[in-house]
Design a protein around this ligand. Sequence first.
Ligand SMILES: Nc1ncnc2c1ncn2[C@@H]1O[C@H](COP(=O)(O)OP(=O)(O)OP(=O)(O)O)[C@@H](O)[C@H]1O
Length: 244
Amino acid sequence: MPLLEASGISKIFGKLTALDDAALAVGEREFHGLIGPNGSGKSTLMKCIAGAEVPTRGKVRFINTDITAFTPTERARAGMSLKFQITSVLPALTVYDNILLAFQARCSLFDLVFSRTRGVLHDQVMALLTQFRLADRAHEAAATLSHGQQQWLEIAMALAGKPRLLLLDEPTGGMSLEERRVTGELLEPIKQHCSLVIVEHDLDFIRDICDRLTVLDQGRVLASGTVAEIQANKDVQEIYLRRA
Ligand SMILES: Nc1ncnc2c1ncn2[C@@H]1O[C@H](COP(=O)(O)OP(=O)(O)OP(=O)(O)O)[C@@H](O)[C@H]1O
């Protein structure tokens, strides 16, 4: 049984069919890339999985539960976390406080007033900052970070709730080549406890970090399989050639 299974997903906006019977299955600790030409429905499928859009038809199952009718908050509580293209970093706060807020958003009021928990939270904040190479910037305003570092901070914030599934929509947008390489290195260790669905236009990046890929074209799944299978797929080669 996959960790995440979206099936028969259609999404209609007025006269436009953005998704037409699309499907996605992601296993435990699997890194799964969602690729396809501009406007093929990648972001819309991510939003249907995260609950930011309600599919016109279809079902989403997550950890053996039908979550199709769950709100985004209920999905987060069930173990799903997302980072979209729009930033949620608070630039005036320190890097440390941004992470602390992300942890606190997942704590009960009881936990927050219980002083021992605050010490534990400090250790967890510092561990996450160290993992994302931001510990030496902890007490600086988030606004002073480079674009790449802000993206890493946001990924770290999305991981604060120890999700079972992380959804990333174009995390390397606007990054330098070196920042992309580091992003790959930073994501690799989370595979020990978390699956990933990632939308990316950088095919080299996605090929390097993903186990499996699903290719969308005009709202439909063109192919789904291992990176090697997708690279060898003639239909996939055709849509990328068509784009070139
Ligand atoms: N809220 C909306 N209202 C109307 N149309 C929408 C909406 N969101 C997406 N669309 C349309 O649905 C189609 C799929 O868009 P989507 O953003 O999912 O594609 P994408 O594959 O993520 O594209 P890109 O790679 O350019 O980001 C597009 O034609 C887009 O214009």
